[in-house]
Design a protein around this ligand. Structure first.
Ligand code: LHQ
Length: 266
């Protein structure tokens, strides 16, 4: 058993979570899933946490499911769906719904579910040496953890099919060119740039940012008219935050805003 499959570091206004099974390129075990779910729940419960950084220890980001316990025994059918139902699907849903931005710092290869967990994050930075592999086709599986949903939306149908059916590595720079990720950065700058983003978000209008995440997710299924209604409703909530009042005041007074990230108290 790994002692600490996920490292948690508390910073001012944000947390850094590091997948920590470097000898297996941070492949997921049940223990790592449980540790990550607990770390995400703690971050969500901490009202001073206004951003999250997810990265991997060692030379990889995450190689997806740990396959070492997945060799089928004779006469046994592997129960992959329960692994998705109990672990990966809740993880992807949680990353999308956390009430603050999640930054992925993809430090090395992100393969299989590891690639799609990265794509579930709000902002994906990748080291230039990193790559993304929809490795599923290599072992006869279907892209999961949201892969079939994220890929066509991020890179379009043709590239989504190529990535999913060929399972070739997509280098970080090409991933940026294709719109799969936000940015590829020099390896030495990855954590510096990722932490800069988190520091930025840690003093951001957190409620407005959380509502923005909700609006963008909902837009994937809504028609324009429904989305306009949703924007109206979410804007009502954003407009009721102290950060909106502060943003306008700061604009008029020609100074930088000081956002608290708080909801209206009354
Ligand atoms: C690993 C793994 C790994 C165990 C590297 N497991 N040891 C969901 C629901 C339920 C079940 C099934 O799956 C899913 C979702 C999925 O994620 S399915 C897809 C699972 N992932 C993969 O198929 C990727 C497997 N890994 C690879 O193809 C390569 O390791 C990549 C391309 C990621 C990196 O290649 P290299 O840089 O050449 O490294 P390596 O292969 O030498 O790996 C280093 C070590 O890590 C090695 O161990 P060793 O003892 O030989 O040093 C690997 O065996 C181990 N490792 N991935 N997923």
């Amino acid at each position: 058993m790994d002692e600490t499959p996920v490292l948690v570091e508390l910073r001012a206004g944000y947390r850094v979570l590091t997948l920590n099974r470097p000898q297996r390129l941070n492949a997921f075990t049940e223990g790592m899933h449980r540790a990550l779910a607990a770390a995400l729940a703690e971050a969500e419960a901490d009202t001073s946490c206004r951003a999250l950084l997810l990265t991997g220890a060692g030379r990889g980001f995450c190689a997806g499911q740990d396959l070492s316990d997945r060799l089928a025994k004779p006469g046994e059918l592997p129960m992959l769906s329960s692994t998705l139902e109990n672990y990966y699907n809740p993880l992807v849903r949680k990353l999308r719904s956390l009430p603050f931005p999640v930054v992925a710092a993809v430090n090395g290869v992100a393969a299989g579910a590891g690639a799609n967990v990265a794509l579930a994050c709000d902002i994906v930075l990748a080291a230039r040496s990193a790559s993304f592999i929809q490795a599923f086709a290599r072992i006869g599986l279907v892209p999961d953890s949201g892969g079939t949903w994220f890929l066509p939306r991020l890179v379009g149908a043709a590239r989504a099919r190529g990535l999913a059916l060929l399972a070739e590595p997509l280098p970080a720079e090409k991933a940026e060119d294709w719109g799969l990720i936000w940015k590829a950065v020099d390896d030495a700058l990855l954590m510096i740039e990722a932490e800069k983003l988190c520091v930025h978000f840690a003093s951001g209008p957190t409620v407005g940012l959380a509502l923005t995440k909700r609006a963008l997710d909902a837009a994937e299924a809504n028609d324009l008219s429904t989305q306009l209604d949703l924007e109206r409703d979410l804007q009502r909530e954003a407009g009721a935050t102290p950060d909106f009042a502060e943003g306008v005041r700061a604009f008029i007074e020609k100074r930088p805003p000081v956002f608290t990230g708080r909801r209206r108290t009354s």
